[in-house]
Write a protein that binds this ligand. Structure first.
Ligand SMILES: Nc1ncnc2c1ncn2[C@@H]1O[C@H](COP(=O)(O)OP(=O)(O)O)[C@@H](O)[C@H]1O
Ligand SMILES: O=P(O)(O)OC[C@H]1O[C@](O)(COP(=O)(O)O)[C@@H](O)[C@@H]1O
Length: 314
C-alpha cells in the first residue's frame, strides 16, 4: 500500500483572470475549488492510474470536510486526524500573464492530534511506501518529518520526500528512496547554489539521498538514479494551463511505474514525466487518458557516465 502524508492539505482555489492588477478588483473568468496539497495530489494522480493509496494527514473545519468528501468521491481512502482548532487552508492559485500562488498557514494541530497521526504511521507495514509531502502547519515543529522517520523501524518501508529546504534536507540521513526537488528547492538545500548540477546532486547523495528526480518545469526533468545512471527527459511543448500539482504528479507517475516490478529507470521517468506534463497541461490533476496520450511522446535520453550540461535559469 502507498500511504501519502499531507500534514497541511488544502483546498486549491484556481482562478483565471485575463490580466492581474494589484491594488484593484480583479474578476475571474474561470474558477474551481479542488482538494490539494502535495501528498493529496500524489494520491489523486495514483487514483487515476488505478494504484490504491491511503491519504493521511490533518483536516479541520468545513474546508477539511470538503477535502475528505472530494477524496472519497474518487475512491481514495482518506484517514485524516480531525483538528479541533482552525480549518484546512485555502490556497489561491491565480492564472494570468504568469502564475501566482498564495498558500495559507493551516490549522492549529494539538500535541494529542499530532500523536494520533504518529500512531497511525507506526501502523504502516513492511514493504509499504510512505510519501511525505509539502509544508507543515505552523504549530508543528520543523523536525516533524524526522520524528516520523525515526519511528519507522522497518528498513523495507520505501520513503519518498517532497518538501522544501530544511524540511527535506533533514530527512536525508534516513536515506529516502526518492526525493523530487525542483530547481529552486535544490538550490535552497545545497551549500553552494552556484555549483554544478553534478556537485549539487553529489552533496545530496553524501547526505543520504538515493534516487533524485530534479524537475525543471518547462525544461523537463533529470533522474539521477541511485546506481549512478542519469536520464534526461526532454520537455514537450503544449498549452500550459497550470503547473500546480505537476511535481506531485511526477512523484505519482514514478511510483506507479514501480508497481511493475520490471520497470526500468527510463520507463519510470517516462511515467513521471507524462504525469507531470499532463497535469501542467490541465486544470488540476490530469486524468489517466491525458497521461496515456502523452506517454508515447515523452523522449528520454540516457546520460550515464556524463553529467548533463544544463544551464539553469538562475
Ligand atoms: N510548461 C511546461 N511545459 C512542459 N512540461 C512541463 C511544464 N511545466 C511542467 N512540466 C512537466 O512537469 C514536471 C514538473 O513540473 P515542475 O514545475 O518542475 O514541478 P513543481 O510543481 O514541483 O515545481 C516537469 O519536470 C515537466 O516534465
Ligand atoms: O505544502 P505547500 O508547500 O504549501 O504546497 C501546497 C500546494 O502545493 C500543491 O500541492 C502543488 O504542488 P506542486 O505544484 O509543487 O506539485 C498544491 O496543491 C498546494 O496548494
Amino acid at each position: 500500500m502507498i500511504y501519502t502524508v499531507t500534514l497541511n492539505p488544502a483546498l486549491d482555489y484556481y482562478c483565471t483572470v485575463e490580466s492581474l492588477k494589484l491594488g484593484e478588483t480583479n474578476r475571474c473568468i474561470r474558477e474551481a475549488l479542488i482538494g490539494g496539497g502535495k501528498g493529496i495530489n500524489v494520491s489523486l494522480m495514483l487514483a487515476q492510474l488505478k494504484v490504491p493509496t491511503t491519504a493521511l494527514g490533518f483536516a479541520a473545519g468545513f474546508t477539511g470536510e470538503e477535502l475528505i468528501r472530494q477524496l472519497q468521491a474518487q475512491a481514495i481512502t482518506a484517514d485524516f486526524i480531525r483538528c479541533e482548532k482552525g480549518q484546512t487552508r485555502i490556497n489561491v492559485k491565480i492564472s494570468a500573464e504568469e502564475e501566482t500562488e498564495i498558500n495559507g498557514r493551516g490549522p492549529a494541530v494539538s500535541a494529542a492530534e499530532r500523536e494520533a497521526l504518529l500512531e497511525k504511521i507506526r501502523g504502516i507495514h513492511p514493504q509499504d511506501t510512505l510519501v511525505l509531502s509539502g509544508n507543515v502547519p505552523p504549530t508543528l515543529p520543523e523536525s516533524i518529518y524526522e520524528q516520523i522517520l525515526s519511528q519507522l523501524e522497518d528498513p523495507s518501508i520505501r520513503v519518498v520526500v517532497d518538501a522544501e529546504g530544511n524540511l527535506l534536507k533533514k530527512t536525508l540521513r534516513f536515506h529516502p528512496f526518492l526525493i523530487k526537488p525542483n530547481l529552486a528547492e535544490l538550490r535552497q538545500m545545497v551549500s553552494n547554489p552556484q555549483a554544478s548540477l553534478e556537485d549539487q546532486i553529489q552533496e545530496l547523495r553524501q547526505l543520504g539521498a538515493q534516487h533524485v528526480l530534479v524537475s525543471m518545469g518547462a525544461e523537463g526533468s533529470v533522474l539521477f538514479a541511485a546506481d549512478g545512471s542519469v536520464y534526461r527527459q526532454l520537455p514537450l511543448s503544449g498549452e500550459m494551463i497550470s503547473t500546480v500539482g505537476a511535481g506531485d504528479s511526477m512523484v505519482a507517475g514514478f511510483l506507479a511505474s514501480l508497481e511493475n516490478q520490471s520497470a526500468s529507470f527510463e520507463e519510470s521517468l517516462r511515467w513521471a514525466a507524462a504525469c507531470g506534463t499532463a497535469t501542467a497541461f490541465s486544470r488540476g490533476i490530469a486524468q489517466r487518458k491525458q497521461v496515456e496520450a502523452l506517454l508515447k511522446q515523452i523522449q528520454i535520453v540516457e546520460l550515464s557516465g556524463q553529467m548533463p550540461k544544463i544551464s539553469f535559469p538562475l
